[in-house]
Design a protein around this ligand. Structure first.
Ligand code: HEC
Ligand code: HEC
Ligand code: HEC
Ligand code: HEC
Ligand code: HEC
Ligand code: HEC
Ligand code: HEC
Length: 267
């Protein structure tokens, strides 16, 4: 049954490839990625077959991020050696690495181009033990629906990036007893603590320029620790907290001696 389904979908791909070859009108082909040339990814170009399809011109993270810039920013790790065996339904690439096509059928057509029939938590548990998630502060709830934190929720009155909206979808309701809100001035209020309200949604570059007039100073973006993210240039929950991680809610770096604060604030 499974074999039949796989070969049927492969046949479709090959037929589509032939159609494309014949007409040379790439964007008339209704297979993801619509409009791209075989040679953009496959060494064999138009002569790509089932046997040589694994020979790609670069790592998939590189090939795919041309069109999916955000897919790697806050996401499940990709293009790495798993160092353990994973189910054959989720194949590693020729180097033995977990990569995009481990979870995705690149030329598929199902929702999310996901391999097989499993979604959400069920998909995660194909490769991870339940204990992997029960160790997490939120038991994995915040990451099990997606391979990538780029889903946006309803907007707020103040500008906030999609990742912060994802966090707020639980914490503005007080998830886990931790109520976190964004007030009308765009300040994050960690209500569970006495910590200062901190702005989010602020454009870091603009704040830097404004700071020069006010005598406050910020370090240049290029000098910041790579884990301090500024989605679309904006201060976000993910500037201070990890997003897609085993350590739910952990700070991106220790704040001992105000290190995290001083990563951006020069004084
Ligand atoms: C954006 C990059 C990209 C483009 C463009 C692309 N492919 Fe692929 N293709 C892949 C990746 C990645 C795989 C999975 C490789 C692996 O399994 O190691 C794949 C797999 C395949 C397979 C194996 C069956 C499968 O679905 O896994 C065939 C056949 C194939 N591609 C044909 C083509 C043809 C023909 C074209 C042009 C019409 C094309 N591809 C365009 C990236 C691409
Ligand atoms: C030439 C641009 C382009 C490239 C290269 C590309 N994609 Fe896409 N991809 C798109 C577009 C456009 C969509 C949305 C429309 C669609 O579903 O076809 C999309 C959709 C997707 C989706 C989501 C489908 C859904 O239902 O939500 C996944 C997953 C995906 N791509 C994975 C990949 C992977 C993995 C690679 C690399 C092997 C890749 N893409 C390379 C353009 C591209
Ligand atoms: C461990 C599994 C896994 C790996 C590895 C993975 N993804 Fe995904 N990806 C998912 C899941 C799960 C979804 C959500 C699918 C759904 O429910 O519609 C998803 C969704 C997407 C989407 C849809 C838009 C979004 O951000 O939600 C894109 C685009 C995408 N993946 C691209 C990629 C690319 C490019 C790579 C490699 C760099 C990759 N994925 C590696 C599991 C994975
Ligand atoms: C195809 C197998 C596979 C699937 C499916 C999969 N993972 Fe993973 N994941 C791995 C491997 C391998 C690692 C490396 C660590 C390990 O061996 O557990 C990993 C690592 C991780 C990490 C650690 C990242 C870090 O460095 O902090 C998280 C978090 C994670 N996975 C979450 C998920 C979630 C959530 C899902 C479902 C959306 C999922 N995984 C689906 C194979 C998978
Ligand atoms: C699906 C709902 C959900 C989402 C989305 C979510 N969280 Fe949580 N979070 C929880 C729950 C539940 C807890 C409770 C943990 C406990 O009971 O100790 C928690 C706890 C925390 C903690 C405290 C951790 C600890 O060990 O004390 C931090 C920090 C945190 N979350 C930050 C974030 C950030 C940042 C985001 C966005 C990247 C986010 N959360 C997204 C549900 C969520
Ligand atoms: C400027 C940095 C910064 C930003 C931005 C930020 N946080 Fe925090 N957050 C912290 C620090 C520092 C702590 C204290 C952590 C500790 O003591 O281990 C904290 C603690 C928390 C806690 C634990 C409970 C509490 O109130 O102490 C939660 C939950 C949390 N943050 C969620 C969020 C969410 C959701 C966002 C985005 C809406 C966000 N944070 C934005 C720095 C930040
Ligand atoms: C990702 C970079 C970044 C980090 C990390 C960061 N800040 Fe900020 N902070 C900013 C930006 C940008 C502003 C906005 C300045 C403006 O609006 O002109 C700001 C504003 C503030 C303000 C408001 C006063 C003002 O200058 O407008 C305070 C107080 C503050 N931060 C304290 C902290 C503390 C305490 C920490 C550590 C827990 C911290 N910040 C971590 C970037 C950061």
């Amino acid at each position: 049954m499974l074999i039949n389904r796989i070969s049927a979908s492969l046949l479709l791909i090959l037929m589509v490839a032939v159609v494309q070859f014949d007409t040379q009108i790439a964007d008339a082909v209704d297979v993801h990625p619509v409009g791209a040339l075989c040679a953009d990814c496959h060494l064999a170009g138009d002569a790509t077959t089932l046997d040589n399809a694994y020979e790609l011109i670069d790592d998939q993270g590189v090939l795919c991020s041309g069109c999916h810039k955000d897919a790697l920013a806050v996401a499940h790790p990709s293009d790495f050696s798993p160092g353990r065996s994973i189910p054959a339904d989720y194949p590693v690439d020729w180097k033995g690495d977990v990569t995009c096509s481990t979870c995705h059928l690149v030329h598929g057509s199902k929702r999310g181009l996901i391999r097989g029939d499993k979604y959400g938590k069920e998909l995660c548990l194909s490769c991870h033990e339940l204990s992997f998630f029960s160790r997490m502060a939120d038991t994995g709830l915040s990451i099990q629906q997606v391979g990538h934190l780029s889903v946006s929720k309803e907007a707020l009155a103040v500008p906030v990036d999609d990742y912060s909206l994802h966090c707020l979808s639980c914490h503005s309701d007080g998830a886990g007893g931790f109520l976190v809100e964004v007030d009308m001035s765009g300040n994050v209020r960690h209500n569970g603590s006495t910590r200062v309200a901190h702005p989010i949604g602020v454009d870091y570059g603009v704040a830097m320029e404004r700071g020069i007039d006010r005598g406050s100073q910020f370090r240049p973006v290029a000098a910041l620790n790579k884990k301090v993210l500024l989605p679309n240039g904006m201060v976000s929950c993910l500037s201070c907290h990890e997003g897609y991680s085993e350590k739910h809610g952990a700070l991106v770096m220790s704040n001992a001696g105000s290190r995290l604060c001083l990563e951006c604030h020069d004084r």
